[in-house]
Ligand binder design. Structure first.
Ligand code: DI6
Ligand code: FE
Length: 407
Protein backbone atom coordinates (compact mmCIF):
# COMPACT_ATOMS: atom_id res chain seq x y z
CA UNK A 1 0.00 0.00 0.00
CA UNK A 2 1.13 3.53 -0.78
CA UNK A 3 1.65 6.14 1.90
CA UNK A 4 -0.94 6.58 4.63
CA UNK A 5 -2.30 10.02 5.60
CA UNK A 6 -3.90 10.63 8.96
CA UNK A 7 -6.54 13.32 9.48
CA UNK A 8 -6.55 13.74 13.25
CA UNK A 9 -7.81 15.88 16.13
CA UNK A 10 -11.16 16.12 14.40
CA UNK A 11 -14.78 15.33 15.10
CA UNK A 12 -16.52 12.97 12.71
CA UNK A 13 -20.10 13.05 11.43
CA UNK A 14 -20.21 9.70 9.68
CA UNK A 15 -23.75 9.84 8.18
CA UNK A 16 -23.50 6.03 8.42
CA UNK A 17 -26.48 4.48 10.18
CA UNK A 18 -29.75 5.78 11.60
CA UNK A 19 -28.50 7.71 14.65
CA UNK A 20 -28.41 11.49 14.31
CA UNK A 21 -25.61 12.46 11.89
CA UNK A 22 -24.82 8.74 11.56
CA UNK A 23 -22.49 8.54 14.49
CA UNK A 24 -20.59 11.41 16.04
CA UNK A 25 -17.00 10.65 17.01
CA UNK A 26 -15.06 12.99 19.30
CA UNK A 27 -11.26 13.12 19.17
CA UNK A 28 -11.65 11.34 15.87
CA UNK A 29 -9.30 10.42 13.09
CA UNK A 30 -9.56 9.13 9.54
CA UNK A 31 -6.68 7.18 8.01
CA UNK A 32 -6.48 7.30 4.24
CA UNK A 33 -4.50 5.13 1.81
CA UNK A 34 -4.86 4.05 -1.82
CA UNK A 35 -7.86 6.36 -2.21
CA UNK A 36 -9.85 4.61 0.52
CA UNK A 37 -10.65 5.03 4.18
CA UNK A 38 -8.28 2.51 5.76
CA UNK A 39 -9.37 3.11 9.33
CA UNK A 40 -11.50 5.64 11.25
CA UNK A 41 -12.57 6.15 14.81
CA UNK A 42 -11.42 7.68 18.09
CA UNK A 43 -7.69 8.41 17.81
CA UNK A 44 -6.60 6.52 20.96
CA UNK A 45 -7.92 3.35 19.32
CA UNK A 46 -5.76 3.62 16.22
CA UNK A 47 -3.94 0.27 16.02
CA UNK A 48 -0.22 0.75 16.56
CA UNK A 49 0.78 -1.17 13.42
CA UNK A 50 -1.22 1.36 11.35
CA UNK A 51 0.05 4.33 13.36
CA UNK A 52 3.61 3.18 12.56
CA UNK A 53 2.95 3.50 8.82
CA UNK A 54 1.51 7.04 8.81
CA UNK A 55 3.55 9.33 6.56
CA UNK A 56 1.50 12.54 6.64
CA UNK A 57 -0.48 13.93 9.55
CA UNK A 58 -3.07 16.69 9.29
CA UNK A 59 -3.89 18.24 12.67
CA UNK A 60 -7.42 19.57 12.34
CA UNK A 61 -7.91 21.53 15.58
CA UNK A 62 -11.28 20.01 16.41
CA UNK A 63 -12.79 20.76 12.99
CA UNK A 64 -15.52 18.46 11.65
CA UNK A 65 -15.00 15.79 9.01
CA UNK A 66 -17.99 14.80 6.88
CA UNK A 67 -18.22 12.75 3.72
CA UNK A 68 -17.51 14.84 0.62
CA UNK A 69 -20.67 16.50 -0.68
CA UNK A 70 -22.41 14.97 -3.70
CA UNK A 71 -24.37 17.20 -6.07
CA UNK A 72 -26.62 14.58 -7.68
CA UNK A 73 -28.52 16.82 -10.15
CA UNK A 74 -26.91 19.57 -12.23
CA UNK A 75 -26.98 21.00 -15.74
CA UNK A 76 -23.51 22.49 -15.33
CA UNK A 77 -22.42 22.57 -18.99
CA UNK A 78 -24.14 25.19 -21.16
CA UNK A 79 -23.57 28.30 -23.23
CA UNK A 80 -24.90 31.77 -22.49
CA UNK A 81 -26.85 33.10 -19.54
CA UNK A 82 -30.49 33.86 -18.82
CA UNK A 83 -30.23 36.84 -16.49
CA UNK A 84 -32.52 38.90 -18.74
CA UNK A 85 -35.15 36.22 -18.48
CA UNK A 86 -34.88 36.49 -14.71
CA UNK A 87 -35.77 40.16 -15.04
CA UNK A 88 -38.73 39.28 -17.27
CA UNK A 89 -39.98 36.80 -14.72
CA UNK A 90 -39.62 39.32 -11.92
CA UNK A 91 -41.73 41.63 -14.07
CA UNK A 92 -44.49 39.01 -14.15
CA UNK A 93 -43.94 36.52 -17.01
CA UNK A 94 -44.15 32.85 -16.05
CA UNK A 95 -41.51 30.21 -16.77
CA UNK A 96 -43.95 28.44 -19.09
CA UNK A 97 -44.84 31.70 -20.90
CA UNK A 98 -41.18 32.41 -21.52
CA UNK A 99 -40.66 28.88 -22.82
CA UNK A 100 -43.59 29.25 -25.22
CA UNK A 101 -42.21 32.60 -26.46
CA UNK A 102 -38.99 30.88 -27.59
CA UNK A 103 -36.96 31.84 -24.54
CA UNK A 104 -36.25 29.36 -21.83
CA UNK A 105 -34.43 26.14 -22.52
CA UNK A 106 -34.37 26.71 -26.29
CA UNK A 107 -32.38 29.92 -25.98
CA UNK A 108 -29.76 28.04 -23.97
CA UNK A 109 -29.76 25.33 -26.64
CA UNK A 110 -28.88 27.94 -29.26
CA UNK A 111 -26.11 29.41 -27.12
CA UNK A 112 -24.77 25.95 -26.28
CA UNK A 113 -24.57 24.92 -29.91
CA UNK A 114 -22.64 28.10 -30.68
CA UNK A 115 -20.26 27.95 -27.74
CA UNK A 116 -17.94 25.20 -29.00
CA UNK A 117 -16.06 22.78 -26.83
CA UNK A 118 -13.54 25.24 -25.45
CA UNK A 119 -16.20 27.82 -24.64
CA UNK A 120 -18.30 25.23 -22.82
CA UNK A 121 -15.28 23.95 -20.92
CA UNK A 122 -14.16 27.37 -19.81
CA UNK A 123 -17.46 28.48 -18.29
CA UNK A 124 -18.26 25.08 -16.80
CA UNK A 125 -14.84 25.00 -15.10
CA UNK A 126 -15.53 28.33 -13.44
CA UNK A 127 -18.86 27.19 -12.09
CA UNK A 128 -17.43 23.86 -11.02
CA UNK A 129 -14.70 25.63 -9.06
CA UNK A 130 -17.35 27.45 -7.02
CA UNK A 131 -19.23 24.23 -6.22
CA UNK A 132 -16.02 22.42 -5.26
CA UNK A 133 -14.84 25.29 -3.07
CA UNK A 134 -17.97 24.67 -1.02
CA UNK A 135 -17.38 20.94 -0.61
CA UNK A 136 -18.54 19.05 -3.69
CA UNK A 137 -16.47 15.92 -4.46
CA UNK A 138 -18.92 14.12 -6.79
CA UNK A 139 -21.15 15.86 -9.30
CA UNK A 140 -23.74 14.63 -11.75
CA UNK A 141 -23.85 16.61 -15.01
CA UNK A 142 -26.63 16.27 -17.56
CA UNK A 143 -26.66 16.86 -21.27
CA UNK A 144 -29.88 18.36 -22.63
CA UNK A 145 -28.89 21.71 -24.13
CA UNK A 146 -27.44 20.19 -27.32
CA UNK A 147 -30.46 18.27 -28.61
CA UNK A 148 -28.63 16.89 -31.65
CA UNK A 149 -26.25 13.95 -31.70
CA UNK A 150 -23.11 16.06 -32.09
CA UNK A 151 -24.18 18.71 -29.61
CA UNK A 152 -25.27 16.21 -26.95
CA UNK A 153 -22.01 14.34 -27.49
CA UNK A 154 -20.05 17.57 -27.04
CA UNK A 155 -21.79 18.35 -23.76
CA UNK A 156 -21.08 14.87 -22.43
CA UNK A 157 -17.47 15.00 -23.59
CA UNK A 158 -17.02 18.32 -21.80
CA UNK A 159 -18.54 16.79 -18.66
CA UNK A 160 -16.16 13.81 -18.88
CA UNK A 161 -13.26 16.18 -19.44
CA UNK A 162 -14.15 18.07 -16.25
CA UNK A 163 -13.83 14.75 -14.44
CA UNK A 164 -10.50 13.97 -16.10
CA UNK A 165 -9.19 17.37 -14.94
CA UNK A 166 -9.03 15.64 -11.58
CA UNK A 167 -10.73 17.95 -9.10
CA UNK A 168 -14.03 16.12 -8.82
CA UNK A 169 -15.66 12.82 -9.76
CA UNK A 170 -18.19 13.33 -12.58
CA UNK A 171 -21.21 11.19 -13.44
CA UNK A 172 -23.07 11.96 -16.66
CA UNK A 173 -26.75 11.70 -17.54
CA UNK A 174 -28.21 11.76 -21.05
CA UNK A 175 -31.07 14.29 -21.11
CA UNK A 176 -31.91 14.70 -24.80
CA UNK A 177 -35.60 14.61 -23.84
CA UNK A 178 -35.27 18.01 -22.18
CA UNK A 179 -36.91 20.17 -24.86
CA UNK A 180 -37.93 19.73 -28.47
CA UNK A 181 -35.28 21.28 -30.75
CA UNK A 182 -36.66 23.63 -33.44
CA UNK A 183 -35.70 21.20 -36.26
CA UNK A 184 -38.31 18.79 -34.87
CA UNK A 185 -41.18 21.26 -34.37
CA UNK A 186 -44.45 19.32 -34.57
CA UNK A 187 -42.55 15.99 -34.71
CA UNK A 188 -41.93 15.12 -31.11
CA UNK A 189 -42.34 11.38 -31.65
CA UNK A 190 -39.73 11.41 -34.42
CA UNK A 191 -37.41 13.25 -32.08
CA UNK A 192 -37.88 10.62 -29.37
CA UNK A 193 -37.02 7.89 -31.89
CA UNK A 194 -33.84 9.78 -32.89
CA UNK A 195 -32.87 10.35 -29.26
CA UNK A 196 -33.11 6.60 -28.61
CA UNK A 197 -30.59 6.01 -31.39
CA UNK A 198 -28.26 8.71 -30.06
CA UNK A 199 -28.41 7.11 -26.64
CA UNK A 200 -27.13 3.82 -28.04
CA UNK A 201 -24.24 5.59 -29.81
CA UNK A 202 -23.28 7.78 -26.88
CA UNK A 203 -23.42 4.82 -24.53
CA UNK A 204 -21.14 2.89 -26.84
CA UNK A 205 -18.73 5.83 -26.74
CA UNK A 206 -18.66 5.52 -22.95
CA UNK A 207 -20.25 8.91 -22.38
CA UNK A 208 -23.39 7.96 -20.44
CA UNK A 209 -23.83 6.79 -16.85
CA UNK A 210 -27.61 7.27 -16.57
CA UNK A 211 -30.65 8.39 -18.58
CA UNK A 212 -32.92 11.26 -17.58
CA UNK A 213 -35.89 13.08 -19.16
CA UNK A 214 -38.10 16.10 -18.52
CA UNK A 215 -41.62 14.70 -18.14
CA UNK A 216 -43.82 17.76 -18.30
CA UNK A 217 -46.43 19.57 -20.40
CA UNK A 218 -43.63 21.77 -21.76
CA UNK A 219 -41.35 18.71 -21.98
CA UNK A 220 -42.23 15.11 -22.92
CA UNK A 221 -45.20 12.87 -22.15
CA UNK A 222 -45.05 9.67 -20.12
CA UNK A 223 -45.55 7.64 -23.30
CA UNK A 224 -42.56 9.34 -24.94
CA UNK A 225 -40.37 8.99 -21.87
CA UNK A 226 -41.30 5.32 -21.65
CA UNK A 227 -39.86 4.67 -25.12
CA UNK A 228 -36.55 6.16 -24.01
CA UNK A 229 -36.59 4.18 -20.76
CA UNK A 230 -37.16 0.94 -22.68
CA UNK A 231 -34.05 1.74 -24.71
CA UNK A 232 -32.12 2.50 -21.52
CA UNK A 233 -33.15 -0.83 -20.08
CA UNK A 234 -32.02 -2.63 -23.23
CA UNK A 235 -28.62 -0.97 -22.84
CA UNK A 236 -28.44 -1.75 -19.12
CA UNK A 237 -28.44 1.92 -18.11
CA UNK A 238 -30.21 3.19 -14.97
CA UNK A 239 -32.88 5.88 -15.32
CA UNK A 240 -33.98 8.96 -13.38
CA UNK A 241 -36.64 11.54 -14.12
CA UNK A 242 -37.52 15.22 -13.80
CA UNK A 243 -41.01 14.43 -12.50
CA UNK A 244 -44.02 16.49 -11.42
CA UNK A 245 -42.13 19.80 -11.26
CA UNK A 246 -44.84 21.98 -12.80
CA UNK A 247 -47.76 19.55 -13.01
CA UNK A 248 -48.67 15.97 -12.09
CA UNK A 249 -48.01 13.81 -15.13
CA UNK A 250 -47.73 10.46 -13.32
CA UNK A 251 -44.04 10.47 -14.18
CA UNK A 252 -43.04 9.08 -10.80
CA UNK A 253 -45.16 5.96 -11.32
CA UNK A 254 -43.60 5.46 -14.75
CA UNK A 255 -40.09 5.93 -13.37
CA UNK A 256 -40.80 3.53 -10.51
CA UNK A 257 -41.81 0.84 -12.99
CA UNK A 258 -38.29 1.14 -14.40
CA UNK A 259 -36.77 1.03 -10.89
CA UNK A 260 -35.51 4.57 -11.34
CA UNK A 261 -32.59 5.66 -9.18
CA UNK A 262 -34.37 8.94 -8.48
CA UNK A 263 -37.29 11.22 -9.28
CA UNK A 264 -36.41 14.86 -9.03
CA UNK A 265 -38.37 18.08 -8.22
CA UNK A 266 -41.74 16.46 -7.26
CA UNK A 267 -43.70 19.57 -6.25
CA UNK A 268 -46.88 18.06 -7.81
CA UNK A 269 -46.22 14.43 -6.79
CA UNK A 270 -49.45 12.50 -6.02
CA UNK A 271 -49.99 10.00 -3.17
CA UNK A 272 -49.84 7.21 -5.77
CA UNK A 273 -46.49 8.55 -6.93
CA UNK A 274 -45.17 8.51 -3.37
CA UNK A 275 -46.20 4.87 -2.91
CA UNK A 276 -44.71 3.84 -6.24
CA UNK A 277 -41.38 5.47 -5.36
CA UNK A 278 -41.34 3.86 -1.90
CA UNK A 279 -41.92 0.41 -3.38
CA UNK A 280 -39.27 0.84 -6.04
CA UNK A 281 -36.66 2.24 -3.62
CA UNK A 282 -36.45 5.41 -5.73
CA UNK A 283 -34.80 8.44 -4.10
CA UNK A 284 -36.66 11.78 -4.04
CA UNK A 285 -34.24 14.51 -5.12
CA UNK A 286 -35.35 17.88 -3.75
CA UNK A 287 -34.30 20.93 -5.72
CA UNK A 288 -35.06 23.93 -3.52
CA UNK A 289 -32.95 26.24 -5.69
CA UNK A 290 -35.44 25.94 -8.57
CA UNK A 291 -38.39 26.22 -6.17
CA UNK A 292 -36.91 29.38 -4.71
CA UNK A 293 -35.68 30.97 -7.92
CA UNK A 294 -38.96 30.40 -9.79
CA UNK A 295 -40.94 31.71 -6.82
CA UNK A 296 -42.93 28.49 -6.58
CA UNK A 297 -45.39 28.01 -3.73
CA UNK A 298 -46.46 24.40 -4.16
CA UNK A 299 -44.38 22.18 -1.87
CA UNK A 300 -43.36 18.58 -2.57
CA UNK A 301 -45.37 16.21 -0.30
CA UNK A 302 -42.61 15.95 2.26
CA UNK A 303 -44.56 14.40 5.12
CA UNK A 304 -45.94 11.68 2.84
CA UNK A 305 -42.49 10.97 1.38
CA UNK A 306 -40.98 10.65 4.83
CA UNK A 307 -43.81 8.55 6.17
CA UNK A 308 -43.41 6.19 3.22
CA UNK A 309 -39.67 5.93 3.92
CA UNK A 310 -38.53 7.46 0.62
CA UNK A 311 -34.91 8.65 0.99
CA UNK A 312 -34.54 12.41 0.42
CA UNK A 313 -31.61 13.90 -1.45
CA UNK A 314 -30.84 17.58 -2.00
CA UNK A 315 -29.10 19.00 -5.09
CA UNK A 316 -28.47 22.37 -6.70
CA UNK A 317 -30.14 21.67 -10.10
CA UNK A 318 -27.58 24.20 -11.28
CA UNK A 319 -28.83 25.55 -14.64
CA UNK A 320 -29.11 28.97 -16.25
CA UNK A 321 -32.92 29.14 -16.31
CA UNK A 322 -34.41 27.94 -13.06
CA UNK A 323 -31.55 27.53 -10.60
CA UNK A 324 -28.31 29.48 -11.12
CA UNK A 325 -27.15 28.17 -7.74
CA UNK A 326 -23.45 27.63 -7.11
CA UNK A 327 -23.41 26.25 -3.58
CA UNK A 328 -24.72 22.85 -2.49
CA UNK A 329 -24.63 24.10 1.10
CA UNK A 330 -26.97 26.90 0.13
CA UNK A 331 -29.27 24.29 -1.45
CA UNK A 332 -29.22 22.50 1.92
CA UNK A 333 -30.10 25.72 3.70
CA UNK A 334 -32.98 26.37 1.27
CA UNK A 335 -34.20 22.78 1.76
CA UNK A 336 -34.40 23.44 5.50
CA UNK A 337 -36.15 26.78 5.13
CA UNK A 338 -38.58 25.96 2.30
CA UNK A 339 -39.10 22.21 2.64
CA UNK A 340 -38.78 21.78 6.41
CA UNK A 341 -35.77 19.46 6.41
CA UNK A 342 -33.65 19.40 9.53
CA UNK A 343 -29.98 20.33 9.01
CA UNK A 344 -29.17 16.67 9.65
CA UNK A 345 -31.59 15.53 6.93
CA UNK A 346 -30.16 18.16 4.58
CA UNK A 347 -26.64 16.82 5.11
CA UNK A 348 -27.82 13.24 4.53
CA UNK A 349 -29.49 14.58 1.41
CA UNK A 350 -26.20 15.91 0.07
CA UNK A 351 -24.15 12.83 1.04
CA UNK A 352 -25.52 9.35 1.66
CA UNK A 353 -28.87 9.80 -0.10
CA UNK A 354 -27.30 11.70 -2.98
CA UNK A 355 -24.91 8.78 -3.49
CA UNK A 356 -27.90 6.49 -3.67
CA UNK A 357 -29.59 8.78 -6.21
CA UNK A 358 -26.56 8.16 -8.43
CA UNK A 359 -26.40 4.43 -7.72
CA UNK A 360 -23.02 4.82 -5.98
CA UNK A 361 -22.50 2.49 -3.02
CA UNK A 362 -18.85 3.38 -2.46
CA UNK A 363 -19.27 6.89 -1.04
CA UNK A 364 -21.53 9.29 0.84
CA UNK A 365 -20.68 7.96 4.30
CA UNK A 366 -17.57 7.70 6.43
CA UNK A 367 -16.86 3.99 6.67
CA UNK A 368 -13.74 1.88 6.46
CA UNK A 369 -13.27 0.60 2.92
CA UNK A 370 -15.25 3.34 1.16
CA UNK A 371 -13.71 6.00 -1.08
CA UNK A 372 -11.81 8.63 0.88
CA UNK A 373 -13.90 11.61 -0.28
CA UNK A 374 -13.83 13.93 2.72
CA UNK A 375 -14.61 17.49 3.68
CA UNK A 376 -13.12 19.21 6.70
CA UNK A 377 -15.15 22.12 8.02
CA UNK A 378 -14.10 24.81 10.49
CA UNK A 379 -17.45 24.88 12.30
CA UNK A 380 -18.58 24.05 15.83
CA UNK A 381 -21.29 21.65 14.69
CA UNK A 382 -22.34 20.17 11.34
CA UNK A 383 -25.74 21.84 11.64
CA UNK A 384 -23.86 25.02 10.66
CA UNK A 385 -23.41 23.65 7.16
CA UNK A 386 -27.09 24.42 6.57
CA UNK A 387 -27.05 27.54 8.71
CA UNK A 388 -24.48 29.79 7.07
CA UNK A 389 -25.69 31.25 3.81
CA UNK A 390 -22.42 31.61 1.94
CA UNK A 391 -19.07 32.06 3.62
CA UNK A 392 -16.08 29.79 3.55
CA UNK A 393 -15.75 27.11 6.18
CA UNK A 394 -14.18 24.33 4.14
CA UNK A 395 -10.54 23.84 5.13
CA UNK A 396 -9.70 20.56 3.34
CA UNK A 397 -11.29 18.73 0.45
CA UNK A 398 -10.04 15.22 -0.09
CA UNK A 399 -10.91 13.36 -3.29
CA UNK A 400 -10.18 9.63 -3.34
CA UNK A 401 -7.47 10.27 -0.76
CA UNK A 402 -5.90 13.19 -2.64
CA UNK A 403 -5.75 16.53 -0.90
CA UNK A 404 -7.28 19.17 -3.19
CA UNK A 405 -5.60 22.51 -2.94
CA UNK A 406 -8.68 24.65 -3.58
CA UNK A 407 -10.09 24.28 -0.07
N1 DI6 B 1 -36.23 21.45 -15.03
C1 DI6 B 1 -35.56 22.50 -14.62
O1 DI6 B 1 -35.76 23.10 -13.60
C2 DI6 B 1 -34.49 22.77 -15.57
N2 DI6 B 1 -34.65 21.74 -16.51
C3 DI6 B 1 -35.67 21.01 -16.16
O2 DI6 B 1 -36.00 20.04 -16.81
C4 DI6 B 1 -34.59 24.09 -16.21
C5 DI6 B 1 -33.69 24.21 -17.37
C6 DI6 B 1 -33.69 25.57 -18.00
O3 DI6 B 1 -34.58 26.40 -17.74
O4 DI6 B 1 -32.76 25.83 -18.76
FE1 FE C 1 -32.95 19.79 -13.63
Amino acid sequence: MNSLSLYRDARLATLDGPEPWGALVENGAVLVGDGRIVWMGALPRLPSELAARVETEHHLHNAWITPGLIDCHTHLVYGGLRAKEFEARLAGLSYEEIAHAGGGIRSTVQATRLAGESGLLKTARQRLAALCADGVTTIEIKSGYGLSLVDEARMLQVARRLGHDGGVDVRTSFLALHALPPEFDGRADDYVAEACQWLAKLHEAGLVDAVDAFCERIGFSCAQVERLFIKARELGLPVKLHAEQLSDQGGAQLAARFKALSCDHLEWLSPEGVQAMAQAGTVAVLLPGAFHFLGETRLPPLAALQEAGVPLAVATDHNPGSSPLLSLRLAMSLACRHFGLTPEQALRGATVNAARALGLADRGRLRTGLRADLCVWAVDHPRELSYWMGGRMLTHRVLAGQEMLDA
